[in-house]
Design a binder for this molecule. Structure first.
Ligand code: ATP
Ligand code: ZN
Length: 285
């Protein structure tokens, strides 16, 4: 049977979470010491461990069928891959920063300036769209020191908290892109590989839905069942079970993580007691 090859960052910010995500999808594999490919034992999948910068090109050319990589790297390195699914981790932004003392009111202030970055393609598109002419210096690492050593007036780099910028005497002035880890695929997967991808996506979605959802149990007086049920959105109507103690029932339902506190407050006001909230491992709707 054919296998699908997925490229994952070998060592870095996305490695652990990407492997954990595959494991949560029930895919079993053993990481060998230093080996660059890993075979799954219970799913037709092979993992290729690569530098993140190389992943978009490998997927575009078909050496790998799938890849997990930051959107920032996808946009810089490949035009011709499919973005299949945002994965919700590795969140960061790609921003422009200038020296703290530089007067900055708008992008116009960058006209004729020098900007250091590891992402020349994304930056030049951005400048072009905004009709700014600036000189781009492409450097592969430690971009943020460029202004202090006199190489550039501004930098364009990945930021998550902004502390690296501050430490280097820079201030963030524009956000060019919001990025997170994304599952990408080659544009022309064989039919067999498309089927394997579909199975993988089914599992990924079950894991993602479960992460955003909680299972909730609560005790309610029978007279309040209707009122309290209407507060619980649930997949269908809640499950209602009688308690030993007369006049009371237990309601079971699922709620969205985002609405969590608001719903809990409403439930308490409506007279619910003994509220238990539990994580859900997988969710198939
Ligand atoms: P490699 O050795 O594979 O080339 P790298 O050093 O280029 O690794 P990492 O620093 O591990 O890459 O970052 C991988 C990705 O994680 C980034 O491309 C970005 O999408 C995301 N990311 C999230 N937060 C941050 C951050 N604070 N700094 C840099 N990248 C971040
Ligand atoms: Zn890299």
């Amino acid at each position: 049977m054919e296998k699908i090859k997925i490229a994952i960052q070998k060592k870095g910010r996305l490695s652990e979470k990407s492997l954990a995500l595959l494991a949560e999808c029930g895919i079993r594999f053993e990481m060998g010491m230093g080996s660059l490919t890993v075979q799954a034992s219970n799913f037709p999948l092979e993992i290729l461990l690569l530098r993140d910068d190389d992943i978009p090109e490998y997927v575009q050319s078909g050496v790998a069928d799938l890849g997990i990589v930051g959107q920032n790297v996808v946009y810089e390195k490949a035009d011709n891959v499919q973005e299949i699914k945002l994965l919700g981790y590795g969140k960061c932004r790609f921003s422009l920063a200038v020296g703290k003392k530089m007067q900055y009111n708008s992008l116009k202030d960058l006209e004729g300036k020098q900007i250091a970055t590891s992402y020349p393609k994304i930056l030049s598109k951005f400048l072009e769209n905004n009709k700014i002419e600036a000189k781009i210096h492409t450097i592969s690492g430690s971009v943020e020191i460029a202004p202090s050593i006199g190489l550039a007036d501004a930098v364009c780099d990945i930021v998550s908290t902004g502390s690296t910028l501050l430490m280097n005497g820079l201030k963030e002035v524009e956000t060019i892109l919001h990025s997170q880890a994304v599952l990408i695929a080659n544009q022309s997967l064989s039919v067999e590989k498309q089927l394997i991808l579909k199975k993988l996506l089914f599992r990924l979605e079950a894991v993602q839905k479960a992460k955003n959802t909680k299972y909730i149990l609560l005790n309610v007086p029978n007279s309040k069942i209707d009122e309290i049920s209407s507060i619980l959105p649930g997949m269908k109507s809640p499950t209602v079970m009688p308690l030993q103690q007369g006049g009371w029932s237990s309601l079971h339902s699922v709620i969205d993580e985002n609405d969590f506190w608001e719903i809990i407050e409403k439930l308490q006001i409506a007279g619910a007691q003994g509220i238990l909230v539990m994580p859900i491992e997988k969710m198939i709707i």
